[in-house]
Every structure is written in structure tokens, then in C-alpha cells.
Design a protein around this ligand. Sequence first.
Ligand code: SAH
Length: 500
Amino acid sequence: MFLTISTTGTPEHPATDLGYLLHKHPDKAQAFSTSSGTAHVLYPEADVRRCTAALMLEVDAVALVRKSKGKGRGAPDAALAQYVNDRPYAASSLLAVALSSVFSSAMKGVCHARPELPGQARPLRVEVPALPARGGPDLVRRLFEPLGWEVTADPVPLDTEFPEWGASRYARLALDSTALTLAEALRHLYVLFPVLDDAKHYWVAPDEIDKLLRAGEGWLPGHPEQRLITHRYLSRRRSLTRQATERLELVRLAEADDSEVEAIDNAVEAIDGEAEAIDNAVEAETGTEDKPAPLAVQRRDAILAALKRSGAARVLDLGCGQGQLVQALLKDPAFTEIVGVDVSMRALTIASRRLKLDRMGERQASRVTLLQGSLAYTDRRLKGYDAAVLSEVVEHLDLPRLPALEYAVFGSARPRTVLVTTPNVEYNVRWESLPAGHVRHGDHRFEWTRAEFRTWAGAVAERHGYTVAFEPVGPDDPEVGPPTQMAVFTLTSPKEAKAA
Ligand code: SAH
């Protein structure tokens, strides 16, 4: 089996730097003994402009069978298949293992001679003449494209003499990228070759999950095909897949948390600041002496009233922030179970302090749970509740992530009632300190007009079998509407969930 890695260069950044990165001199052909046979490394071309390293693995089929003796099967054709198979020719887990043993420093991104090189992205082309592609060229693309590769995967005909026989399960693969470092590229190959091969191994080493997480660092958590990759890499062992998935989820949440901790600080500050500014604006406009309740309080009251009308007892507060609404819900015994969910561990810590969870009586404490989780992913823990509240949350998600939240809430969790509040951008002109065209706070990824909100909410309701009604929160200005808009969704078809 065979693989080439090529790069291009200039006199200042010669392509032959590839030799340093791989720790293999371009002028030499070298051979290494690996667990599955002899690996040869040679350079078919090596000059300033273009340099190609080839890795050729000569698989020792007989030795492989001997190694797996006792783990194989007894049937005669299975025994024959042990000797006559595609192992010597097709890129597979064996090639992955050879890659990692021959290019181990390169994979780790270590280069003592030229320490600046490994961190630099460079033009790379990887070619594999025979890639077993279970799942077809389409899967090959779904695996590599999200990582920044341009993918060419042409099916290899079963027999060129007999085109009517159709395509084999192998593909000729070419990957091109200018955005990746060599170490990243090697780590992609190391994980994805065995995934595409999808051969069943009877034996999975105990540290296989560690190897996967190490090689997958920085790209596997959050990969759209993360589940498939993990499942196949771990030879479809369910318990291992579950363990790996849980660990990947922790990594992803930790990363999300870092970036979102800041967001939440800003978000909560924004809500307070916004409420105050709007209160001032309202006061200036109406000139009243007796101050209306702050907007944040009006919003909470509107939410509580809508929840009471719906008859909900078990309530989710999604994006609960520092727990003000959870606290208000706890005061009303009609709400028997209250779950606050937020992506930010930090917000949850503050919420738990505000609620004095550690000093609460047992009865009271049994009514409230705080969960860390991202609303951009479906979460089984959120199923089966009467109502969910998204108070001033949707505008904190990037628009492209909104469909994921929509599916997690309306498609998967599917409570009978969903309340969504969000700023009405039209009202911003009434807010004197806000320059025209600006959102209320830097962490708001968008702010909607009443029409935009209605369009989104209407489409969501339609897609998931809900009806929706709208309510103003705060003074309803005849021209620009209220400062906060609220949608009340009610489930009409509990069973059927249309795909998002
Ligand atoms: N609901 C509260 C807080 C709103 S601030 C209130 O009305 O006062 C927005 C909250 O959404 C923040 O706490 C933020 O951490 C949370 N959030 C943002 N993106 C999230 C996501 N993807 N998953 C879960 N929570 C998220």
C-alpha cells in the first residue's frame, strides 16, 4: 500500500523543508520495520519548488496471520481470506499505524532542527491510489471537507476490462489544502484511514480511546461526523464509543465554555444595562413620577403569567444565566420541578450561589436542578417537560447555529409550551443613548424587528407542529412596538416531529 505527500515551495521557503518536517532526508531511501511489515520512505521528487515523500508499506500477510492467531476464525474460507485479502494493497488501519510509527515526531509537530516549521500551514497534497471507502466517495468528502481539505475521490472500477461490473469499494483519493500544518494532516489520516476501512478488529487495545482523542485533538470534538468517526474507529464497540463520546463532549464543552464565559458576562451585564437604559428612556418619554417596574422585572412577570396560563408544573429555563427566573419560579409552589440549563459553568455557579442551593431544605432542593449543556445540541435530559423558557437567549447565538437550537428545543425536547423573548430592534430608536443601527449589546449576534421575529417563529411552529402567539413586554409604542417581544408556542401534534 502506498501514499504520497507533496508540497510546493519558493527559494525562501523551499519545498524540501518537507524532509525536516518528516525527519527523513530527501536524498535517501530508508526502510523501517513496523508491526505489520516493512515501511519504505523515499522521495520521487525533491527540489525547491516541489517535493514529494512516498510511504510504501510492504505488508507481510503471513506474519499478520501469525500475529492474530487465536483471535481469528476457524472456518476454512475465513482461513483463506486471512491470506488472500486487500491488506497488502489498500490504505487501512495498517497504513495508519505505519504512518504513526515512521512519522511519529512529524505527527506530534516536533522538529528540533527547525522548530518554526511544524506550526506553519503549507500547501499539501496527499494521494492514495487505493482507499477502501466504505460509505462511498460521499462519506470520504463528509469526513475530510469539514477539516479544510479539497477532496477528489474517484471510485476505482472493479475491472477496467469489464466496465459493466461497475465500481469497486475503493477510491483513488487526492486531498489538497493550503490551510493545514503537516502534523494536522497526518493526524487526520491516522484517524480517518481506519474509519473508512471500517474493518472489524477482534481486539481493541485498552488505550485506543486515548490514541483517538490525542490524534483528534483540535478537530474531532465538534466534527459533524464525530459519532461515526468514533464508532468506526473503535471497531463499533458501543461501550467504548460511549466512553469516547462522553470525553469528547467534555472537551467540547470546556472549549465552548472558555469562549462563552466571556459572552455570558457580557450578556448578563447587557441585560441589566439594557433594562436600565430602557427604563430611563421610558421615564424620559412618559415623564411619569411613579416609575414603572424595571424591564427585566416586567419580562419575568410576563413569563411567569404565561407559564401559569399554560398550566405548566415542570419547567425548563434554557440559557438560565445567573438564575433570576429560576429563583422566581421556586417561589411559586405550582412549579414542582425547575431545571436551569446554561452552557456557562460560571453562570451556573453564580446561579447556585444566588439560590443558596447548598443551604436549601431537602424538599425545596428536590424541585430545582442546574445542568450544564449547550442548546445547540440535542440533549435527552431535556425531554418530557411541560414548558421551556428561552429568555433573551436566541440573540446570543450566531444565526447559523439557530437551526440547531431550534431542533434541540422544538424537535427533540418538545415541551408542550415554549416561551421565547428577544429584543425588538425597532424599539432601539426610542433608546436615546443608542446610536442608530446599533444593537443593544456587543454580544447580541442579531436583533430582530417584530416582522422578522414573527417570520422565524411562524416557520418554527409550522415545522414542528406548534401554534404561536405574540405578546408585547414593556410599553407597547404605537409606532415601534414594545422593547421586548415574546412568542408563546403551544404544541398541537405531540407525536409527529417533522425534521428541521
Ligand atoms: N435567561 C437569562 C439570561 C440571558 S443571557 C435572562 O433572561 O436574564 C443569555 C444566556 O444564554 C447566557 O447565560 C449564556 O451563557 C446562555 N447561552 C448562550 N449560548 C448558549 C448555548 N449555546 N447553550 C446554552 N446556553 C447558552
